[in-house]
Design a protein around this ligand. Structure first.
Ligand code: PLP
Length: 396
């Protein structure tokens, strides 16, 4: 009889967002007609920008005519998009060859697939609180996980340290869920650790576009030495509202090798075997994000989310509740007031003010007692949620 992948049996409970969806669906079923103010899952509320929409329309038209029709594209990405992304990095002083850029269907897909490159015996170091897919993808792969808890005293930033046995190191900056950002010094120290120990850093830059402070690095490749120890995974989901459209990119430098094997060459082999690439239409739409017009328009949308974060931060400050994030990231990470546990606080907000947030415990045990609000919501819903929160907790 076939043996299934028994590691699936080791997955903890149901996936965080599935549990939230289940609880909110139950609430709506019991309270028909309720409008929930959704500030939980990190999905965006604003539409794609006009430059992207125009490019998508044009690409659809291209597919209607024999002279401009595209069939299969190169598996690792259309040359025009790989080049455009390399030029985007160059603007920040990072030199990449176009064939070090791999176009993907999004960061989540890539975070799962990329594990193919590493020995199943290689342990993964995951600083927590963390995006839950890091842990779950490694559990499914049967990989050993070394949890590295972070806390309030460190600003929820992982201290660079050589953890014995850690061969894969996950770093997410700006961080989901805490909004914390690694500065150059700390990131350099992590790069040094990886180069010293031979570990590989998986750097998740899904929120790089939210960085407002010019001194903070957007890419790990802004740090000297990163080309020999890092892979960067990025996405247009949050930068440009592609959560439902799906496009991302992954950077694997040519110098990244272990035991004489090039990860760039291995990923080319992987993609040409396990993928037939990303749709021409989406790649055209994605390229429009990087034009001057596209950049200007996506920044306007990001401003809406930043304003949401400001409103949330201001409310929590007035309530005297500790929080971090929101300035260089679209997430606010707050301490649950009055000693509430994070799922208890979730239930309270759903029941009393119909606001949906994300319990910190879902991002790792050290997230217990904390709660995440996303700034991606509709601005009027966000403002209303904060009014209700202030009334509920401020007793006014
Ligand atoms: N990485 C982080 C840290 C995220 O928060 C998310 C989505 O919320 C992703 C990756 C996945 O992004 P994508 O939509 O590109 O799959």
């Amino acid at each position: 009889m076939l043996t299934p992948n028994l590691h699936y049996g080791e997955l903890k409970d149901s996936y965080l967002f599935a549990r939230i969806a289940e609880k909110t669906a139950k609430y709506c079923e019991d309270h028909p007609g309720t409008h929930l103010l959704r500030m939980g899952i990190g999905d965006v509320s604003q539409p794609l920008c006009p430059a992207v929409i125009a490019a998508l329309h044009e690409a659809v038209e291209d597919q209607a005519r024999a002279e401009t029709f595209h069939g299969y594209l190169p598996e690792c990405g259309a040359p025009f998009l790989r080049q455009t992304i390399a030029e985007y990095y160059q603007k920040r002083g990072v030199s990449l060859a176009a064939d070090e850029v791999f176009v993907s269907s999004g960061a989540s897909d890539e975070l799962g697939h990329i594990l193919d490159l590493f020995d199943p015996g290689a342990a993964a170091l995951i600083p927590e609180p963390a995006y839950p897919a890091y842990v779950d993808a490694n559990v499914m792969a049967g990989r050993k996980i070394l949890h590295l808890p972070t806390g309030r005293t460190q600003g929820f930033l992982p201290e660079p340290e050589a953890v014995p046995g850690a061969e894969l190191i996950y770093l997410c900056s700006p961080n989901n869920p805490t909004g914390a950002v690694l500065d150059r010094e700390r990131l350099r120290a992590w790069v040094d650790v990886a180069n010293r120990t031979g570990a590989v850093i998986l750097f998740d830059a899904a929120y790089e576009a939210f960085i407002a402070d010019d001194a903070l690095p957007h890419s790990i490749f802004e740090i000297e030495g990163a080309r020999t120890c890092a892979i960067e995974i990025c996405s247009l989901s949050k930068t440009a509202g592609f959560t439902g459209t799906r496009l991302g990119y992954t950077i694997i430098p040519k110098e990244l090798e272990r035991q004489g094997m090039s990860f760039n060459a291995m990923w080319v082999r992987n993609r040409t075997t396990k993928s037939n690439g990303v749709s021409y239409i989406l790649q055209k739409g994605g390229a429009a994000v990087f034009t001057d017009e596209g950049q200007c328009q996506v920044r306007e949308t990001l401003q809406i989310y930043k304003e949401n974060a400001r409103v949330m931060g201001q409310t929590l400050s007035r309530l005297g509740i500790w929080y971090t994030g929101g300035k260089n990231a679209p997430y606010i990470w707050m301490a649950c007031p009055k000693g509430y546990g994070s799922w208890e606080f979730f239930d309270l907000l759903l029941r009393e003010i119909q606001v949906v947030g994300t319990p910190g415990e879902g991002f790792g045990a050290c997230g217990e007692g904390y709660f995440r609000f996303s700034a991606f919501g509709d601005p009027s819903d966000t403002a209303e949620a904060m009014r209700r929160l202030e009334k509920l907790l401020g007793g006014k």
